[in-house]
Design a protein around this ligand. Structure first.
Ligand code: PMT
Length: 406
């Protein structure tokens, strides 16, 4: 899988002759396994019919800000929250001026104003329009606000003139988009991640499990890979495909996860415990299927060993990051875990609600370290993973330089 695999890309298309190239870009994004939703301005539809993008993206194209059905289904706020990346190609001079001014009078500009995810622009326009001081000023201002600008290229233009202003080739736009997910800060370092649930066998057919899907841990593995790390993923039973390039170790029970993680931890620089490990396991596993009886039965449960605490107590522990899944008192319990288990960082998520946590596409994390904290608001797990890996990279580097000054 590539860097865009499973990333949610909202492709914005504004009015200009280069709009036809967005069709090839949509095809390339889909071929890279990105999920694509297309938003077109009305001017863009004068150049290419929305049906083209519906066929290529596999989803209806979003056009209007005040469409009653669209607002109730996936309006501008929902679209802005859905995306890991908003990519506007082609971005016209007029649209960039609107972005700079903060206008929100159509769907695309409104969702850009509401967006908290990165926005990348691939400008396309006549060379004189590109060179115009107003456009230069707008682009400079947008860059200073964090917008990424891909291109434009130099060459023949549709109007017959030649110069800088051509839309980058779709394959170049794709490569530029990929770099946004390639952080690079962990090149040469190794990350061990646990993910998914554990299953504690009661008899040959029954077990105690939990609702973890593995999505959070697998997203972290993908982001750590994108950051350049060598990644080992110790996974409980899930139905996800491991990212290509990750070393996958499959386990089932908490005891097997303990052996795998504690055995591997000393040879890794960072450990992230995203798995939902059972705290209790049946004291005895019945050899045969337990037969139904009239009376109630009870199963004795014993405590499992704490993997995270064991890793943090190794003589040469990796930078150790725990998760805390709490229904209440999130902050207090998370801080207690940080201190009691001697962790470097703890990422707390609220569970038991429809949004976020177990088996959900999105998550929000309150992250604590010894002398600080940070909040990652509700977003797709792929984006939360990228942001958490960035935080971990920063604090891991700071700890290393404090331990090895000079
Ligand atoms: O998998 P998903 O569906 O995407 O859901 C993600 C998630 C909600 C499972 C994930 O974000 C998460 O919160 N993982 C930790 C779940 C958990 O078991 O939390 P806890 O508060 O019970 O445990 C705290 C920490 O101790 C965790 O890092 C856990 O891995 C670790 N632990 C727990 C028990 C044990 N025996 N050994 C451990 O290492």
């Amino acid at each position: 899988m590539g860097l865009l695999a499973e990333k949610r890309v909202l492709l914005g298309i504004t009015g200009g002759i280069a709009a036809y190239k967005a069709a090839e870009l949509t095809r390339l994004l889909r071929a890279s396994e990105a999920q694509v939703r297309v938003v077109m301005t009305r001017a863009a539809t004068a150049f290419v019919a929305p049906l083209t993008f519906q066929a290529l993206s596999g989803h209806p194209v979003h056009l209007d800000l005040l469409d009653a059905t669209e607002e109730s289904a996936m309006g501008h706020i929902a679209l802005a929250r859905w995306a890991d990346l908003i990519l506007i190609a082609p971005a016209s001079a007029d649209f960039m001026a609107k972005l700079r001014a903060g206008l929100a009078d159509d769907l695309l500009s409104a969702l850009c104003l509401a967006a908290e995810t990165p926005i990348a622009l691939a400008p396309a326009m006549n060379r004189a329009m590109w060179a115009n001081p107003a456009t230069c000023d707008n682009v400079r201002c947008l860059k200073s606000r964090g917008f990424r600008v891909f291109g434009p290229a130099e060459g023949e233009q549709a109007c017959g003139e030649s110069g800088v202003g051509r839309l980058l080739e779709p394959s170049d736009i794709l490569r530029s988009a990929e770099t946004l997910f390639a952080l690079g800060g962990l090149t040469g370092h190794s990350v061990l991640i646990s993910a998914g649930p554990t299953r504690e066998a009661i008899d040959p057919v029954r077990y105690i499990g939990n609702r973890s899907s593995g999505k959070m841990g697998y997203a972290l593995a993908r982001s750590a890979l994108a950051a350049g790390a060598r990644v080992t993923l110790v996974s409980g039973p899930v139905s996800l495909q491991a990212p290509q390039g990750v070393k996958l170790v499959r386990v089932e029970s908490a005891a097997q996860m303990y052996e795998a993680v504690v055995g591997l931890a000393s040879s890794h620089d960072i450990y992230i415990g995203a798995a939902a490990v059972a705290d209790y396991s049946p004291a005895k596993r019945a050899e045969r299927k337990i037969k139904k009886r009239d009376e109630a039965i009870s199963i004795e449960l014993t405590r499992t060993r704490d993997i995270l605490a064991a890793v943090a107590q190794l003589s040469n522990p990796p930078f150790t990051v725990g998760f805390a899944a709490e229904t209440d008192h999130l902050e207090d319990y998370a801080k207690a875990k940080l201190a009691d288990k001697k962790l470097d960082m703890v990422a707390a998520n609220r569970v038991g609600k429809p949004e976020g946590g177990f088996d959900s596409e999105d998550n929000a994390l309150h992250v604590f370290w010894r002398d600080g904290e940070g909040y990652l608001p509700m977003a797709p797990k792929s984006l939360i993973a990228t942001q958490l890996i960035e935080l971990i990279t920063e604090h891991y580097a700071a700890k290393n330089s404090a331990q090895n000054p000079g």
